[in-house]
Design a protein around this ligand. Structure first.
Ligand SMILES: *Cc1c(COP(=O)(O)O)cnc(C)c1O
Length: 442
């Protein structure tokens, strides 16, 4: 049985990928893993990030020289362009992805006593913004196959206190928007998409972040389009655009940057982006489409060859996800198919082969900052001690706990090179698979 599987695998890889042949032989042969003193599969790095170009340098230099450093022409130009490439009507750029989410919830009037539904497999900011509004985070467990909020568990989490649902397009792939939007509509709950990793990702050929009441982007330095820090809100709803603008800019009306303000609109903050950030973003815009295509093509090929390796299960895309942004390339590692080699040793061995990777997120529903926030004076007063006491139990996410133990990630810049880079990644994993028992006992 084992022989048959490896033969079939060998035939499949050699016929489906001519370029992979040389690597396949290395992987199947006696070549020692780098972690055991062998030669690493890859001897050089990947595309450096962020992408520094003279065009960007020039645009930032022009802002410096102009003396117009406050939100103005460059921000306007970027907002218009970013709305356009995502087929959205309105864009409000912000200081960060976190403040884009904070602003969206603020525009919906989310506050103490409200509940906001979030997935557990995400960056902490998805939840920290809920806490900033003194609302109660409610976790819906992950679907391990897709790494996304399990839409089958969403309806049960909604009640009359639900003020928003935040699906996260984690890794840049799409959450199951058909199901989530249908349930949200039926139950009358607004949807704020966390598209902070999803630049140029699509659901049914339309931009992610344009399906909910609003969608939030991050331009933090690691993101596929970046300006050190930065963010944006997309929406097709004029009222939402106005409210977001006011919330993020001291209650000022949309389209007005400074003078003559009435300060109407309720709670608000300064979460403005600067001209410098906008210039950095404008400099990259001519390249984002090509980069998105390259990542998606390389990722599809990588999935086809990694899927042949027993114990490597790439994250499944929903049928409606017509393009993943692949901010992260995520897969599950099943140690039982690797002679029980623990994930941390697998990661160490893969890094030794010259392939950087990480073990991704821990269970967000169990982190200390949520526990401490819920045990604060304000939370206890609003929600009562009893509700806070059994919060952890009510928000258990067993599927996500398992996912957090199995996940392995590659970063987006590793998908920007030639297709042969993907063959190298697969060769490195095949080599580890072939020597898993020796690595486990080393
Ligand atoms: C990056 C990120 C954020 C926050 O964005 P910042 O710009 O770092 O504030 C929120 N959600 C997700 C899923 C992210 O990846």
């Amino acid at each position: 049985m084992g022989d048959q599987v490896s033969r079939r695998k060998f035939i499949a890889t050699t016929t489906s990928a001519g370029v992979g042949l040389a690597f396949t032989r290395v992987g199947q042969g006696a070549d020692k893993p780098a972690a055991l003193g062998g030669k690493p599969v890859r001897g050089k790095g990947y595309a450096s990030w962020p992408p520094v170009t003279s065009a960007t340098e020039k645009l930032v230099g022009e802002v410096v020289a102009s003396g117009r450093w406050y939100r103005g022409r460059s921000v306007d130009e970027f907002e218009e362009a970013f709305a356009k490439i995502n087929q959205a009507k309105y864009c409000v750029a912000t200081a960060s992805g976190t403040t884009a989410l904070l602003t969206s919830l603020g525009a919906l009037g989310v506050g103490p006593g409200d509940e906001v539904i979030v997935p557990p497999y995400t960056f902490m900011a998805t939840v920290s913004v809920v806490l900033m509004h003194y609302a109660m985070p409610v976790f819906v467990d992950s679907d391990r196959e897709t790494f996304m909020m399990d839409p089958g568990k969403l309806d049960a989490a909604i009640n009359e206190r639900t003020a928003a649902i935040i699906p996260v397009h984690i890794g840049g792939a799409a959450a199951d928007l058909d199901s989530i939007l249908a349930i949200a509509k039926e139950r009358g709950a607004p949807v704020i998409e966390d598209a902070c990793q999803a630049h140029l990702g699509q659901w049914r050929k339309l931009g992610l972040g344009t399906w909910g009441t609003s969608g939030c982007y991050s331009f933090q330095v690691s993101k596929n389009l970046c300006s050190g820090e930065g963010g944006a809100i997309l929406t097709n709803d004029e009222t939402m655009a106005n409210k977001c603008f006011a919330f993020h800019n001291c209650c000022r009306p949309y389209g007005r940057s400074s003078a003559g303000v009435a300060y109407d609109g309720g709670r608000n903050t300064n979460a403005r982006i600067t001209e410098f950030q906008a210039a950095l973003l404008l400099g990259q815009l001519p390249h984002v489409e090509q980069r998105a295509k390259t990542r998606a093509e390389n990722a599809a090929y990588l999935s086809s060859i990694l899927g042949e390796i027993p114990g490597i299960v790439p994250a499944r895309l929903y049928e409606g996800c017509t393009r993943s942004a692949y901010h992260l390339y995520m897969f599950r590692y099943e140690r039982e198919k690797f002679a029980n080699l623990p994930r941390n040793k697998f990661i160490k061995a893969l890094r030794a082969e010259g392939v950087p990777c990480s073990d991704g997120y821990g269970p967000l529903n169990k982190v200390g900052f949520i526990r401490d926030a819920l045990n604060s004076r304000g939370y206890k007063r609003v929600y009562g001690e009893a509700a806070i006491k059994d919060w952890a139990e009510r928000n258990a996410c067993p599927e996500n706990d398992r996912l957090c133990q199995e996940a392995v990630w590659f970063m987006q810049n590793m998908l920007l090179g030639p297709r042969s880079d993907m063959d190298e990644i697969a060769a490195a994993i095949r080599k580890i698979h072939a020597h898993a028992a020796a690595l486990a006992s080393a």
